[in-house]
Design a protein around this ligand. Structure first.
Ligand SMILES: NC(=O)C1=CN([C@@H]2O[C@H](COP(=O)(O)OP(=O)(O)OC[C@H]3O[C@@H](n4cnc5c(N)ncnc54)[C@H](OP(=O)(O)O)[C@@H]3O)[C@@H](O)[C@H]2O)C=CC1
Ligand SMILES: O=C(O)[C@@H]1CCC=N1
Length: 268
């Protein structure tokens, strides 16, 4: 894979960087670029990687990984477009930014891969979906896959599904944390110390996620196993249905997908 340059090592960029280092990638083969020198210095000290200006990193890298906010992507592409080495691969992790957006702003024929990752990559449990641009061959896709596999699972999807992926697994961790927050608050409301409530909720989430993954059973079956006739779970689930929580999730994820579709147009 040669030299990898990560352009914009904020939350997601540093997550990928840390995954590459944990997976045994030589820090000498990784470059980061950052807008602020203090941030670049922090990353150099923490990971032993090099930092450079965007144009220099574009010239030095075999694989360019773009991890700036969608709103900063146009500016970044302008900075790097004249410095790419022919044959280098461009991988974008930005929500909403399409392969055509990237291809239109990069030299003709540049292979690009669009990726939607998520933050559990920080603990090697990421879920990334990748889609090929029109100048990509199997080797390019395999390279992007290898890059992302350093910190979790990777799935190939048609690009038309990337806005939905963004709504489900890209933003998904935030919905789960939101539900966790609400359940912890409920424990506090019911008179428990916050630390006890937190421990109960976090282990319940971990246990439920492990059951889903390890038993392979449908969530409906698993939910029914918890729901005794006339019992406590049904009393709670009825309230969730009365408050249209399922419908709220559908509407929320439709909104996330719609927002993803909007982002490449530069709407702030
Ligand atoms: N966070 C998440 O859960 C996920 C994020 N993503 C995608 O990842 C991308 C980054 O998101 P996230 O990491 O959360 O955002 P952050 O703001 O944490 O990181 C972006 C980083 O890029 C830097 N930056 C901006 N412009 C440039 C530039 N021209 N050259 C070099 N560095 C630059 C920013 O610097 P400064 O702070 O100085 O502006 C910042 O450090 C987004 O496109 C997002 O859609 C995808 C999936 C999940
Ligand atoms: O909120 C966002 O726009 C990014 C994309 C997916 C997760 N976070």
């Amino acid at each position: 894979m040669g030299t990898v340059a990560i352009f914009g090592a904020g939350v997601m960029g540093e997550t990928l960087l840390s995954g590459l280092v944990r997976a045994g990638r030589d820090a000498g083969d990784i470059i980061v670029t950052e807008r602020r020198e203090d941030r670049a210095a922090e990353l150099r000290a923490k990971y032993g990687v090099r930092s450079m200006a965007n144009a220099d990193a574009a010239a030095a890298a075999d694989t360019l990984v773009l991890v700036v906010k969608p709103q900063d992507m146009g500016g970044l592409l302008e900075e790097i477009r004249d410095h790419l080495t022919p044959g280098s691969l461009v991988v974008s992790l930005a929500a909403g930014i399409t392969t055509s957006y990237l291809q239109e702003r990069l030299p003709e024929g540049t292979p690009v891969v669009r990726v939607m990752p998520n933050t559990p990559a920080l603990v090697d449990q990421g879920m990334a979906a990748i889609s090929a641009g029109s100048h990509c061959d199997e080797a390019h896709l395999a390279e992007a896959e290898q890059l992302l596999r350093s910190c979790g699972k990777v799935l190939r999807v048609p690009e038309k599904h990337q806005d939905a992926v963004t709504a489900i697994s890209g933003s998904g961790p935030a919905y789960i944390f939101y539900v966790v927050e609400a359940m912890i608050e409920a424990g506090v409301l019911l008179g428990m110390p916050r630390s006890t409530s937190t421990e109960l909720v976090v282990q319940t989430l971990y246990g439920a996620a492990t059951m889903l993954k390890e038993t392979g059973q449908h969530p409906t079956v698993l939910r029914e196993q918890v729901s005794s006739p006339g019992g406590t779970t049904m009393a709670a689930l009825r309230q969730l249905d009365d408050h249209k929580v399922r419908a709220a999730f559908l509407t929320a994820m439709e909104a996330a997908a719609a927002r993803s579709a909007e982002l490449a147009s530069g709407n702030d």
